[in-house]
Ligand binder design. Sequence first.
Ligand code: PLP
Length: 337
Amino acid sequence: MTGLRLHMNENTGGCSPRVVEAIRGMQATDLALYPEYGPYTEACAQHFGVRPEWVVLTNGLDEGVLLTALGHIARERAFDAEVIIPVPAFDSYPWATAAVGATPVRVPAGDDFAFPVAAVLEAITRRTRLVFLNTPNNPTGRLIAREDLARVAEAAPHAAVLVDETYIEIGGTSFLPDLPRHPNVIVGRSFSKVYGLAGLRIGCLIGHPDILQPVRAVTPLKNVNHVALVAMLAALDDKAFSSQYISEVRASRQIVYATCSRLGLRYWPSEGNFVLLDVGDPVRPVLDALQAAGLTVRDRSTDPYSPGCLRVTTGLTTHTQAAMDALEAALAGRQSS
Ligand SMILES: Cc1ncc(COP(=O)(O)O)c(C=O)c1O
């Protein structure tokens, strides 16, 4: 795809130059031999302040989502399993639920997409085997309070609770320090966003060894490639790169908020590198006009929980400004047609 991709919440500025340098430094044998996971798992665990037994490296967090469902539902032959998914949600959750033949229990967000804690607690039954919680949430950008994460985890001790923190470096407070008190929680992390490694596919699951054991049991022996591992280490080493990106994201979101306010569009303040905004129906002409201007954004309007909405990645300010200029022109075009 050519043009500007603002539909996948990728780091459109790329990754740290140190990552590229580290990959260039790899030898032919580094590529020819299966990777040794030990040292990389250790480095990752150290970064997150946990012991290596608490970490499973995954092929992106996407794989982590699927492996969690496979380990806790398919492998356990829990054929009547229910999976709680607060919505609107990241697509991988219903896909993983369907892949293991479980029943999704969708819990709609509250006003302004607030996390529906009371409704989630009410949705928990003895058949609940997995709960997906995402903070900051994709696509709304809303956070879930740590106390609410803890309440859900405590109310479902018989289930695995996957706290997806893909965007947590950008906004919010990680649940990691609370993990020792919550043995049924698995925290999911990704190196695709702030670190800009989406093309390499690397993420991890972090939790008590007992909750990770069923996941480990279904994890392919060599699920992560060596280039991704080398890249992860180099990326973690370049703190200046990630903080610079986070500052860009903050400035970018302000550009979107200011544009929406000026154009009278509803938007939801976000803690991620994306903003959900309501352009109203019909959405298609707006998407087409943006596409014609070389810009792809995410159409969220077909989701019953976000009618009339688009989600725009807010990374580099130059990209965001280009997107807002194109959006303004597209909306003007829709009014006059
Ligand atoms: C909420 C959420 N979880 C997980 C992922 C998957 O990330 P990864 O690239 O690590 O597979 C994404 C990607 O967009 C996401 O938005």
